[in-house]
Structure formats: C-alpha cells, structure tokens
Design a protein around this ligand. Structure first.
Ligand code: AHG
Ligand code: MN
Ligand code: MN
Length: 335
C-alpha cells in the first residue's frame, strides 16, 4: 500500500509558476523570479509576526507616513524586508510601497528593470498589537515601452489594473497562506513551517457565486451613500434572507474569507474618506484581479476597479468586492 504522503506531489510556488509558464511559449521565468522574491520576503515577515511580542516589533515608530497614518514598527520591518528581497532581483526596475512617498527606482525602467512591484507591506496595521490576522498585498506591472525616460517613474506606475501581469496576497493568520494569479486562475499555498516553503493546496480557486455574508464597518453608516444604506437595511430585513456580518478590519483577511466562502466586502465613500480609504494601486487592484480571476467582481460602486485610471501613486478608491451575484445586488441599489 503506497504511503499517502508520497502519492501527493509537493509543489512549491516556484515549481507551480514554472509549470504554468511552460504552457506559454516565450515565457521567460521572470514572474517566477519575482514571486520567489515575494515568497522569501513574506517568509521573513511572518517570522516577525509570529514573534511580534518578543521581537520588539509591536507599537508605533512615532512617525506618520504619506497616508497620514501612524507608522507601526512592523510596517517598517515588512517594508524594508520586501525592498531588500526584491531590490536585488535584476528584472525589478521600480518598487512602489504604501509606506514610501515616492517610487523606489532600482533600475532604469527602459533597461533591465522590466517590472514594477507595488505593495502594501503590512495590511491591517491596527490589528498587529492585538494578534488578529494581517497580511501583505502585491501587484506586478510591466514597465511601459512608450514612455520617455525623462518623465521618470510615475507614468510607468500609473497604469490601470487591467495591465497587471501578476497579483497576490499573503495572510498571516492561524496559518500563513499565499494566493497569486498571473491571469490563469488563482492558486493557493500554505507555508509549511517544517520545511520553510509555501506548498500548493488549491489550484484554480473559484469564489462561490452566492454568499449570505456582508463585510463593512457600520460605524460609518450615517455617511454611506444612500444606496449602500438601503442595501444594508435590505440585507438585515426578513426579506433579505438572513445575512451574517463579518468584519475583521484587515482587508486581506476580509477578502480571503470572501474568496473562500463568498459574500461581499464594502468600503464605501465616507465623510472621513470621501474617495474611499483603500488604495487603488496596491490594495484594490491586486485583490480585484484575484477576485475576477476566481469568478467574482470588484467595483468602486460605479465602475469596474480594473478599468480605473490612477491619477496619483497613493490614490484611494471606494471598494465593493466579492461574489458576482452579491456585488450585482449591491449595485442594483446604487441609483
Ligand atoms: P493598512 O493597515 O495597510 O493601512 O490597511 C488598513 C485598511 C484595511 O486593511 C482595512 O480594510 C481598513 O483599513 C479598515 O479600515 P477601518 O478601520 O476604517 O474600518
Ligand atoms: Mn492596507
Ligand atoms: Mn499597510
């Protein structure tokens, strides 16, 4: 009787993307090189997350970032780790981080630096000190070949979400899980601490088309658009059919649950954030790419997230994301 442990192959991220790339003539192995850099960085980050209380990475640094938010020690550790792990990968030209005002230009975009990696190094910072799931979100674009070098990095970075060549996230939860897409489905891995590698467990994930779960911070209810308030009233009514509410406050964790269980996540415009709180380039775009690749949808309550033309590096957007039928239902309330 063969040992079940050896009948199931151990597929790591690099193997997986290499296998996927093989079905694409001319694939260069570039994306596997970038993804392996992200896998290395997030393995280092999770080692700090797991020891946060004793590794002196809890609490605030004492400075504010470009977002006007107090920087947490772990934000900086995560940011520096990713910059270090990707900065020496010769095909990475530009890096854009939530924590840095300007892009980090590693190589001239026109030359060897073919790719741009945009990331939220540590998502859910308000949950770090209370041991709630947090994560890292990343997006990969190709540098444009129609931009004059004299215009600097910005035109390369301000591309619509449909231009992404890869996207993914890591959630540091009860286990450390990574999901990525290169436009051929969404694939999910769990970090096996015994071997220090992310191991494939689900290929081509499909988001359930229905989910009686909504995820929103209802503290801002009074300043939500009228259509959102009407939807929430419906969802809670007997006519609505018994929705549940789950809100973790870490986008990456609320998204991960929605990807696996279905439902809908809402971060509408509020009085405090009239353009929405979440950032388009390195939060909404990568997760919208994954949502659509898994059969879900993502809008800003008006248009498709992936079609939005960014007007600034840290542009914010309202975000409605989840099961196609649940997103459609919310949109039906938006006049
Ligand atoms: P970050 O920690 O990267 O700044 O992101 C926090 C975001 C996101 O993770 C979450 O969905 C949202 O902030 C929660 O905002 P509220 O506390 O306003 O609900
Ligand atoms: Mn974030
Ligand atoms: Mn962050």
């Amino acid at each position: 009787m063969p040992n079940p442990q050896i009948t199931k192959p151990i597929t790591t991220i690099v193997q997986h993307i290499r296998e996927k790339e093989r079905s694409f003539p001319g694939a260069t192995g570039d994306l596997s090189w970038i993804l392996s850099g992200i896998a290395l960085a997030t393995r280092i980050i999770q080692s700090y997350v797991r020891r946060a209380g004793i590794a002196d990475v809890l609490g605030e640094v004492g400075t504010e970032n470009v977002q006007g938010e107090m920087v947490q020690k772990l934000d900086l550790v995560a940011n520096e780790t990713i910059l270090r792990c990707l900065g020496y990968r010769d095909i990475v030209g530009i890096m854009v981080s939530e924590e840095d005002d300007e892009p980090t230009i590693v190589k001239s975009p026109g030359g060897a630096g073919k790719y741009i990696v945009l990331f939220d190094p540590l998502d859910g910072s308000s949950n770090i000190d209370v041991n709630v799931s947090i994560g890292t979100i990343f997006s990969v674009l190709s540098c444009r070949d129609d931009v004059d070098e004299s215009r600097g990095a910005l035109p390369h970075c301000l591309q619509r979400g449909v231009e992404q060549v890869a996207a993914g996230y890591v959630v540091y939860g009860s286990s450390t899980v990574m999901a990525y897409t290169t436009g051929n489905g969404v694939h999910m891995f769990t970090l096996d601490p015994l071997i220090g590698a992310f191991v494939l467990h689900t290929d081509d994930i499909q988001m359930p088309n229905v989910g009686r779960m909504y995820s929103v911070n209802e503290a801002y209810y009074d300043s939500f658009p009228e259509g959102v308030r009407e939807y929430l009233t419906w969802a809670k009514s007997s006519e609505g059919g018994g929705y549940g509410l789950r809100y973790i406050g870490s986008l990456v964790a609320d998204f991960h649950r929605t990807l696996l269980k279905g439902g809908v996540f809402l971060y509408p415009p509020t009085a405090k954030n009239p353009s929405g709180k979440l950032r388009l380039l390195y939060e909404a775009n990568p997760l919208a790419f994954i949502a659509e690749q898994a059969g879900g949808a993502a809008t800003d309550f008006k248009e498709r997230i992936l079609d939005k033309q960014p007007d600034a590096l840290h542009a914010r957007t309202p975000l409605l994301m989840g099961s196609q039928s649940e997103v459609d239902r919310v949109m039906s309330f938006m006049t």
